[in-house]
Ligand binder design. Structure first.
Ligand code: AMP
Ligand code: MG
Length: 512
């Protein structure tokens, strides 16, 4: 007969099993040894919990109550491997700033394994949990600063409806980590259905490991693109894979451009085969619109500037296509599949801007309307996010300068914006726009709240305790606000304002 356990004598509730209780399913670990190296994370002293996303936790069936348990913090920082996990570091390669680097890999990420959640499978990774065979000159660590940025941006992107890896937790330790200055270590647990990158394919292609290349492509197709298997025999599933990845990547780029997100390091090793935003480093959201904005201080040439992103994605897809040629055996067919990107992006970006403008349909002249507007916003450095929210409030019928002021006042050259507004209103009139309905529609695609650099920086300074005791509450407030970026949230109004002057001095680089 089973006897229920008595409550613990010290009056504490018995620890729930947390990550140990989840349904682990480690498909990536089943791939052969060329794909990865099994290893354990390196421990960190005296870990403390920093942040937890209950939304991400729900995806893997982990209760929010797990966050406060010391046992969870031990796992979150990498001091304990949950039972059922099979930790490993994956190998990959990639084109970094246009140059092929034959050996990269999880230099500071360690895959715990996959967890079957209520609505699908999620792979979990520690980021910053110590050295791996792929660490090269790196220390295998991440600092608290960059971990907070990755955590908040992952969840903010999800709130925006943009495909992304998710972030479950941050755990910190006072263990010193040396960057430009001495900082402290932190570990993020991030989640995605798969962390396979374009560079994962390039690794096997450039080493002539064609059997492994096929295994990887089949792993991706069977687990994530089953419809490509149905495309036929021989080369067809692989061509279908290129087309499917091209379409997802095109949609991702249109999303990024729409919200003014700059990734900063669009190397092929940072391009998800699932079309997700991954590997948050020196990313940034545009404040004032500058088409040539470069968010990564290390990107001297502006290779990954805002305006370049869609073109770079296509270039990166070519690297993927090249890597798949041994499975396809037909260069022209591969190229044709890669060209799917052009139409898919053109369609996605025009749908994106028409939705931002509140237009329900598309006309040939709309591209001109958008381009003129972007030229004006760029020339006058108008705040990207504020502009679109103000535009939603503009009445379709001009009722004089006072009603137009919220938009006009954002521009120095009033004549130029007046001329554009006249054209825009003609277009609205042609589709019998109803103000309130259009405003509601526009506010569902034009966020009010984005993770501006200075907002993340404020949360980081408080978390580090730069000017007082260490305080993680700002991370929690931002997380809460950014879950619903399209809603008016009057208590968070301060997060929707223009950046302060000091924001201009913030520099982000690859070193994090
Ligand atoms: P990234 O462009 O930041 O995604 O990183 C490029 C490569 O450098 C990847 O293989 C990373 O795993 C590796 N890397 C970055 N930072 C570190 C670090 N601190 N320690 C070890 N490897 C790192
Ligand atoms: Mg990376």
């Amino acid at each position: 007969m089973n006897h229920p356990l008595p409550p613990p004598a010290d009056g504490l509730t018995a620890p729930t099993a947390g990550l140990d209780a989840l349904r682990w399913s480690n498909a990536f670990a089943r791939l052969p040894e060329h794909f990865h190296t099994r290893l354990e994370p390196t421990t960190l002293p005296d870990p403390y919990p920093v942040a937890f996303s209950s939304d991400a936790a729900a995806l893997i069936g982990l209760p929010a109550s797990a966050a406060t348990q010391p046992a969870f913090t031990e796992v979150a920082v990498g001091n304990r491997v949950p039972s059922g996990a099979e930790p490993l570091a994956a190998v990959y390669a990639g084109h970094q700033f246009g140059v092929y680097v034959p050996q990269l890999g999880d230099g500071r990420a360690i895959l715990l394994g996959g967890v079957q959640g209520p609505a699908g499978l999620w792979e979990l990774q520690w980021k910053g949990a110590g050295k791996t065979p792929y660490s090269r000159m790196g220390d295998g660590r991440a600092v608290l600063r960059s971990s907070i940025r990755e955590f908040l941006c992952s969840e903010a992107m999800h709130g925006l409806g943009i495909p992304t890896s998710r972030a479950l937790s941050i755990a910190g330790s006072d263990y010193p980590v040396f960057r430009e200055t001495t900082e402290t270590a932190a570990v993020v647990i991030r989640m995605a259905p798969s962390f396979v990158r374009f560079g994962s394919f390039e690794f096997f292609y450039w080493r002539n490991l064609h059997d492994e290349l096929r295994l990887l492509a089949d792993h991706v197709i069977d687990n994530f693109y089953p419809e490509c298997r149905a495309a036929g025999d021989g080369a067809r599933p692989y061509l279908a894979l290129i087309e499917a990845v091209a379409r997802r990547t095109a949609r991702l780029m249109a999303h990024w451009q729409g919200v003014g997100f700059c990734h900063g390091v669009m190397n092929t090793d940072n391009m998800s085969i699932l079309g997700l935003t991954i590997d948050y480093g020196p990313f940034g959201f545009l404040d004032a619109f500058d088409a040539n904005h470069i968010c990564n201080h290390s990107d001297d040439q502006g290779r990954y500037s805002y305006a370049q992103q869609p073109g770079v994605a296509h270039w990166n897809l070519y690297c993927l296509g090249q890597a798949l040629i041994p499975l396809i055996g037909d260069v022209e067919a591969t190229q044709a599949a890669l060209e799917t990107y052009k139409d898919a992006f053109a369609q996605a970006i025009s749908a994106q801007f028409n939705a931002k403008l509140g237009l329900r349909d598309t006309h040939d002249a709309d591209t001109g309307l958008t381009e003129t507007l972007l030229g004006l916003l760029d020339a006058q450095r108008v705040d990207w996010t504020i502009f679109w929210r103000q535009l939603a409030r503009l009445p379709a019928q001009s009722q004089g300068p006072a009603t137009d002021a919220p938009v006009r006042d954002l521009f120095v050259d009033r004549d130029a914006i007046d001329a554009w507004l006249r054209d825009y209103r003609k277009r609205l009139a042609a589709q019998s726009s109803v103000d309130a309905e259009r405003a509601a529609r526009m506010n569902r695609v034009n966020p009010k709240y984005i993770l501006r650099n200075h907002l993340a920086e404020t949360a980081i300074r408080q978390a580090r305790g730069d000017d007082g005791p260490r305080d993680f509450a700002e991370i929690e407030r931002l997380l809460d606000c950014l879950r619903r970026p399209y809603d008016e949230q009057p208590h968070y109004e301060a997060y929707a304002g223009l950046p302060p002057d000091w924001a201009g001095a913030l520099h982000l680089s690859c070193s994090s």
